[in-house]
Design a protein around this ligand. Structure first.
Ligand code: ADP
Ligand code: MG
Length: 323
């Protein structure tokens, strides 16, 4: 099962940023209102995610590291009908099999928390500890026991840049959660979590961006789109400022990306990429259930219709008219 876990880890854990995504999604599922992400050397040496969520009951700690152990659903359902971000129960076991983990967690009703250490999937210690409510997970030496995988990582600076980008997107996907990102002891990001998306955009991108936004709040037949699109002055040569979230998830969809870019192109005339922060709510019935373990790409079973609606909504906003 050690081998199986390492193979599974290959699907879930590609690089430090994929670890961060899983840990932050767990923190959000635990109803945290504040999440701190801290890394050293691009996350390869150390990643720490601290949350003030519900914590893990001491009796559940060991099972949380067992593959397919999830407290969130009982059967493999469509992920979009599941209220939580996680549901496969693969992340912690996968991460644990390829790193050294220290978990510190406490539920509110307990006086003491627990510190649990696990190396390459093997339990090292489990002790009571005084700590605040919530969970801290420290992941050290990613891929220390799978050198072939470690070779595929980029430089620490590049891996840190991926995490910085991800932290901003996660903060935008959950404007009601305060996010901090600290890279090598330097504060890189701090959002208030006050629930106001424009404020969060300001805290990440500054006034040059918030001064140039069009607000979107359109209910179509299939989707409800809220958020902001930048005026052409904010156009970029790449997709780094394209943010959208589907039913609260940071996830990619070729159809949605294309609809956004095609609609924008008719407006700016050249092939440039827009600044966007969209929250798209769609009926889970429209979503294709066959998704990747990292849950990064989403497909629709009515591609044409979803494409057309997003395209129409964005054109309407850019042309200042009703849908
Ligand atoms: P999944 O999120 O798919 O359930 P994971 O492997 O990511 O699976 O996590 C396993 C379990 O560990 C979760 O179902 C949850 O019960 C618990 N857990 C993990 N991280 C946290 C956290 N930060 N706060 C509270 N519980 C957590
Ligand atoms: Mg999870």
């Amino acid at each position: 099962s050690d081998t199986i876990n390492k193979i599974a880890a290959g699907e879930v854990v590609e690089r430090p940023s994929s670890v961060i995504k899983e840990l932050v999604e767990n923190a959000i599922d635990a109803k945290a209102s504040a999440i701190t992400i801290e890394i050293k050397e691009g996350g390869i040496a150390m990643m720490r995610v601290t949350d003030n969520g519900g914590g893990i009951d001491r009796d559940d700690i060991k099972t949380a590291f067992v593959r397919h152990a999830t407290s969130k659903i009982e059967t493999a359902m469509d992920l979009m009908t599941v209220g939580s971000l996680g549901f496969r129960g693969e992340a912690l076991s996968s991460i644990a099999s390829v790193s050294q983990i220290e978990l510190i967690t406490k539920v509110h009703r307990e006086l003491l928390g627990v510190r649990y250490c696990i190396d390459g999937g093997e339990e090292k210690s489990c002790d009571d500890i005084g700590c605040p409510d919530g969970t801290t997970i420290i992941v050290r030496n990613l891929f220390y026991n799978t050198p072939a995988r470690r070779k595929f990582l980029k430089t620490a600076a590049t891996e840190a840049a991926y995490i910085n980008d991800l932290a901003g997107r996660l903060a935008l996907s959950h404007p009601d959660v305060s996010f901090k990102f600290i890279n090598n002891n330097q504060n890189r990001l701090h959002t208030s979590g006050n629930g106001n998306l424009r404020d969060i955009i300001y805290q990440i991108y500054g006034r040059d961006v918030t001064g140039q936004l069009l607000e979107v709040d359109v209910q179509g037949k299939l989707c409800h789109v809220t958020g902001f699109i930048g005026k052409p002055i904010l156009s970029r040569g790449n997709r780094s400022w394209e943010n959208y979230f589907i039913n609260g998830r940071y996830i990619k969809s070729n159809i949605i990306t294309k609809a956004i870019e095609d609609a924008y192109k008719t407006f700016v005339m050249i092939h440039k990429y827009p600044f966007t922060v969209f929250h798209i709510e769609v009926d889970p019935a429209l979503i294709d259930v066959n998704v990747h373990p990292r849950k990064m790409e989403l497909r629709f079973n009515q591609n044409e219709a979803v494409y057309q609606e997003i395209y129409d909504i964005i054109r309407a906003v850019l042309e200042h008219r009703e849908l």
